[in-house]
Design a protein around this ligand. Structure first.
Ligand code: ZN
Length: 224
C-alpha cells in the first residue's frame, strides 16, 4: 500500500516516544521525533539547523517557523531513505504547526493518513513523569524511567556515560504547568484532526505492549 504518514500525539508522559519507536520498528517507518530532527539538523549544519542551534544553545524554545523548516527537511529526506513512510512524534504541537504541516504536505501532494491520540489518565501521567530521568548531555538525549527502564549503573547514562538527572521539566511542580500547556495548545488538535476524519483515540493505560497492540490494530485498518 501507499506510504504511511502518521502523527502520534498525547500529553507529556503518555508514552508517545516509546510507542513511536515500537511502531516504526514494527512497520519499518522513519521515526521523526522533534528532538532528534533538531539534533540532526544541528549536527548536519544545514542552514535551518544553524538557526535552530542558536536557540537550543541558549536553552530557548525553537520558534515555530524553524521547527517547521526542520520537519520539512526531515520528511523530504525520509521519502528517499524510508519510502514506506514515517511517524511524527512531538510535531505538530500546536494548531499553527498542524496547519503548516498540512500546507507543506499539500505541496508534495500528500497528507497525513492517520493521527494517533494516546489518551492517558492524568494520574498515570503524573506517576510516570516523576519517575523519568534524562541524560544530562543534550547531544545524547537518552531517557530513562526509575521503575521500568533504569540506567544499568545508577545515575550514569548507558549510552554516553554522562550523569543521568531529573530534568527541571519532570519535577512535580513543573509537570502541572506542562499538562496545562498541553491542554491549552495541543489538545485543540483533537478537534482539528477529528474534522479531517483521521484521528483514532487509543487508551493509554495498560502496559507498553498493550498500548502498542492497540496502535498496530488501528494502523492495520488503514486503507481498508
Ligand atoms: Zn547519554
Amino acid at each position: 500500500m501507499a506510504a504511511k504518514r502518521i502523527v502520534l500525539f498525547g500529553a507529556p508522559g503518555a508514552g508517545k516516544g516509546t510507542q513511536a519507536q515500537w511502531l516504526c520498528d514494527a512497520l519499518d517507518l522513519a521515526h521523526l521525533s522533534t528532538g532528534d530532527m533538531l539534533r540532526a539538523a544541528v549536527a548536519n549544519k544545514t542552514g535551518i539547523g544553524l538557526k535552530a542551534k542558536s536557540f537550543m544553545e541558549g536553552g530557548k524554545l525553537v520558534p515555530d517557523d524553524i521547527v517547521v523548516g526542520v520537519v520539512v527537511e526531515a520528511i523530504a529526506h525520509s521519502a528517499k531513505t524510508t519510502p514506506s513512510g514515517y511517524a511524527l512524534d512531538g510535531f505538530p504541537r500546536t494548531l499553527p504547526q498542524a496547519e503548516a504541516l498540512r500546507e507543506m504536505l499539500a505541496k508534495r501532494n500528500e497528507n497525513i493518513n492517520l493521527v494517533v491520540l494516546i489518551n492517558t489518565p492524568e494520574q498515570l501521567i503524573l506517576d510516570r513523569l516523576t519517575q523519568r530521568r534524562s541524560c544530562s548531555d543534550p547531544k545524547c538525549g537518552a531517557v530513562y524511567n526509575l521503575k521500568s527502564k533504569p540506567p544499568r549503573n545508577e545515575g550514569v547514562c548507558d549510552v554516553c556515560g554522562n550523569p543521568v538527572v531529573q530534568r527541571t521539566d519532570d519535577k512535580p511542580e513543573t509537570i502541572k504547568t506542562r499538562l496545562q500547556a498541553y491542554r491549552r495548545e495541543t489538545e485543540p488538535l483533537v478537534g482539528y484532526y477529528k474534522k479531517a476524519c483521521v484521528l483514532v483515540d487509543i487508551p493509554g493505560d495498560g502496559s507498553v505492549y498493550e498500548v502498542a497492540g492497540r496502535i498496530l490494530e488501528a494502523v492495520a485498518k488503514l486503507g481498508h
